[in-house]
Design a protein around this ligand. Structure first.
Ligand SMILES: [Zn+2]
Length: 420
């Protein structure tokens, strides 16, 4: 399959682009479509790389607006966990399809997912045409280590046949929900098979205090001791990390994914120490966290909040530039998250076309427009592996996806009667 994009603007100049078998084969002013190509007329739209969501729980679109404004533990214990016990694979499938639809619409083409029934999430990602690393949350606080290990191995097996755009990961939920023995077991399994690991780290002060009280060491040092701090480790949050932990994470080559909107909404009490993490040389990406606690998957919003919060925290409006915030949101500052390495020949044909004439993009420098003025609504077309997933705002099957997701939410009792 081949694709030809004509009439786009890239770095301020008119360009065309051709892709074959999912890879960019031509990019420049003189590119001509061939008869066999699928044609996409950009009509002056701006060609940019796509966004990368480094941490989410995609199927929680179904939980959006359910139990908002509660403290984290009450929200989980009273609202989320009782419903999650009733989840079926089809709930996760349609919840994830809806998340993919929203991501396609707002320009995200790759994401790191941690959620139940990962085989259903993987199927949804494949059917939607996106890219993802998918993993089941692993939890064994109640002494169910054997069951957790069986579930981990089963999920790796089920995820092994999900095609080249979906990768399997391992996702121990957090240091306070997985035993030390099981963390070591996961570390060994991941090393043996070369699998990436994602684990929530230092989201709340309570987590740090409990870890220090129980083990006499801070969370990142503990993770390192059990073998889980490696160049294959992705750490969502990292809000409460101290200097020694940042240095250790940098030395081990692990990645931190900051989730500023979710952290603010859940009032975790501190801002991720981005400027110090950057100085330590840590790879850093951006995430939304789950749509149950964000509540949006439009990463443009998180990008803006990220830049603003970090400027505010540093008391320095130059602490994070628009260009840098854009690099964080596209995964350019965290190669280990696996995003494309830019728009050039030989790279995967993953890109966005941003609406020509959008007022948000029509004035001033592009990075500032993208970070401070735009929302995901400026995305006009989304392409992954040379396949057009959204063309001029239209996504095939969008109505069905929303209808089926609403149906699943109703079945779970998540949709208010007024909307049911
Ligand atoms: Zn999370």
């Amino acid at each position: 399959m081949s694709l030809a994009v004509t009439g786009a603007l890239h770095a301020g100049k008119p360009v065309g682009l051709r892709a074959e078998e999912g890879v960019i084969v031509e990019l420049g002013p003189d590119v001509q479509p061939r008869p066999e190509d699928v044609k996409l007329d950009a009509a002056g739209a701006i060609l940019v790389p796509p966004l990368l969501n480094g941490h989410t729980h995609a199927a929680m679109t179904l939980f959006r607006g359910y139990g908002d404004d509660l403290p984290l533990m009450r929200w989980l214990e009273e609202k989320v966990w009782p419903i999650e016990r009733k989840l079926q694979p089809e709930d996760v499938y349609w919840g994830t399809r809806l998340a993919c639809l929203e991501m396609i619409r707002s320009g995200t083409t790759r994401f790191w997912d941690m959620y139940w029934h990962p085989e259903a999430a993987a199927r949804a990602v494949r059917d939607a045409g996106l890219r993802a690393i998918v993993a089941a949350p692993l939890i064994d606080v109640d002494g169910r280590s054997e069951a957790m290990r069986e579930a981990a191995l089963r999920s790796l097996e089920e995820l092994s046949e999900r095609g080249e755009r979906v990768e399997a990961g391992l996702a121990p939920h957090a240091i306070y929900t997985v035993s030390e023995d099981s963390l070591r077991w996961i570390a060994e399994l991941a090393a043996e098979r070369g699998i990436t690991v994602q684990i929530h780290l230092s989201e709340t002060e309570q987590e740090v205090d409990d870890c220090v009280a129980a083990r006499g060491e801070r969370p990142a040092h503990y993770l390192d001791r059990v073998g889980l701090l490696t160049p294959r480790t992705v750490l969502p949050h990292g809000v409460w990390l101290d200097e020694s932990e940042l240095e250790l994470i940098a030395a081990r080559g692990a990645v931190i994914v900051t989730n500023p909107v979710a952290n603010l909404k859940l009032a975790v009490g501190r801002v991720f120490p981005y400027v110090r993490a950057r100085a330590a040389g840590i790879q850093i990406g951006l995430g939304t966290d789950g749509p149950g606690s964000n509540n949006s998957l439009d990463l443009f919003a998180d990008m803006k909040v990220f830049a603003l919060v970090q400027k505010h925290e540093a008391r320095d409006s130059a602490a994070v530039t628009a260009e840098e915030a854009w690099e964080v949101a596209t995964g350019a500052r965290a190669p280990l998250l696996g995003g494309a390495r830019g728009l050039e020949v030989g790279q995967p044909a993953d890109f966005l076309l941003l609406r020509a004439g959008a007022p948000e993009l029509s004035f001033g420098e592009l990075p500032a427009a993208l970070v401070y003025a735009a929302s995901g609504a400026v995305v006009q077309s989304t392409v992954v592996a040379g396949r057009v997933l959204m063309r001029d705002g239209e996504i095939e099957g969008a109505e069905e996806v929303l209808a089926r997701a609403l149906e699943r939410a109703r079945r779970l009792g998540l949709t208010p009667a007024a909307l049911a």
